[in-house]
Design a protein around this ligand. Structure first.
Ligand code: AHR
Length: 331
């Protein structure tokens, strides 16, 4: 996480003293959540995307463990990758008058109405992992998560460097994440911008594998049938890359050698494939957002100002770096 500067901290402390003071005086808060109970205990309603990937599982564990550690009561809902389920869960949390609502939006668009309902009910909303495309930024307090464009760009820049001596076309296939999801849109954008540096690098096919292993395998099978020469696979997450490995091996090709494989996430299974030489490069996306999320929930409940955007710190891994990092990998 980006560390806040000293003046920011001082301003925050001052703002919170003033705000807490005025809350005590008025006996009510504009952002304090629900506006009904003030027992000092925080209840958070969290709507998770689903359980589509190893990343998501690690993210759910991080949020549940962090809530327990922070003494925050967590109401958790798994939306099974459906926006309508997330909207329903958020409306339930509003009815239950939770103190804070947090969610990872399955897609970027279509949230204004429900976010406005939360705002009208004076329940602060924290976006975690993925953002929304609402023009009205006052509909949520902050967005905690990765820079997905950067992840795509890092993946593309690595490829540009690897193929700098290529004299002919380099055929790339792309497994996109779930249609309409921020990481799918942004990773595609970042990767596309980076590989534009070398006109030999061409995306010859690009399709969604829905961030799942099954989706990655199925779409890669189609890619292999439809395209004689595939040199590179860029998968928007490890799980789709792992599914694609099965399709590539079944087609009699050697993953990591005949086809260069680049993914995003760096979960354990992905890192193992990288260390084993089956993947070639991973741009990390950290799922360990729980502790920062709980910290933010406490701050917004206390009426403190929080930064509008908190970016997760991430790195990249080559095969040698994966071998080194694997023994200590937490997820
Ligand atoms: O939003 C983060 C993405 O969602 C992860 O990269 C992917 O694995 C997950 O399903």
């Amino acid at each position: 996480m980006r560390v806040h500067s000293a003046p920011w901290r001082a301003a925050t402390v001052l703002a919170s003293v003033l705000l807490v003071g005025s809350m005590a005086a008025c006996g009510n808060s504009d952002t304090g959540g629900g506006g009904t109970k003030d027992d000092g205990k925080i209840t958070m309603g969290f709507s998770q995307v689903g359980a589509e990937s190893g990343w998501r599982t690690a993210n759910t564990v991080s949020i549940k463990e962090a809530a327990t550690a922070a003494g925050i009561e967590l109401k958790f809902d798994d939306a099974q990758q459906k926006q309508e389920n997330q909207i329903k869960a958020i409306r339930n949390y509003i009815q239950q008058k939770v103190d804070v609502i947090a969610f990872s939006p399955v897609v970027e668009s279509g949230w204004d109405t429900v976010l406005k309902e939360a705002k009208d009910a004076k329940i602060p909303v924290i976006l975690t992992d993925r953002s929304v495309d609402s023009a009205d930024k006052s509909l949520y307090k902050t967005f905690l998560g990765s820079d997905f464009v950067k992840e795509g760009r890092l993946a593309g820049e690595w490829l540009v460097e690897q193929k700098k001596t290529a004299s002919g076309p380099v055929n790339i296939v792309e497994l996109q994440g779930s249609t309409g999801a921020a990481p799918a849109n942004d990773r595609k954008k970042g990767f596309g911008e980076a590989i534009a540096a070398n006109p030999n690098l061409k995306v010859i096919a690009s399709q969604s594998g829905d961030f799942t292993r099954a989706g990655g395998k199925q779409v890669m099978e189609q890619f292999l049938k439809a395209n004689k020469q595939i040199d590179v696979l860029f998968a928007h997450n490890d799980d789709m890359g792992l599914g694609a490995l099965e399709a590539i091996t079944a087609a009699g090709k050697v993953p990591g050698k005949d086809i260069t494989i680049i993914t995003v996430d760096a979960v354990k299974d992905g890192m193992q494939a990288l260390a084993d030489g089956k993947f070639n490069f991973i741009a990390e996306c950290s799922p360990l957002l729980g502790p920062q999320l709980m910290d933010l929930a406490k701050k917004v409940k206390a009426g403190e100002e929080v930064p509008a955007r908190i970016e997760t710190e991430e790195t990249t891994f080559t095969q040698a770096q994966a071998k080194e990092a694997l023994p200590n990998r937490k997820y």
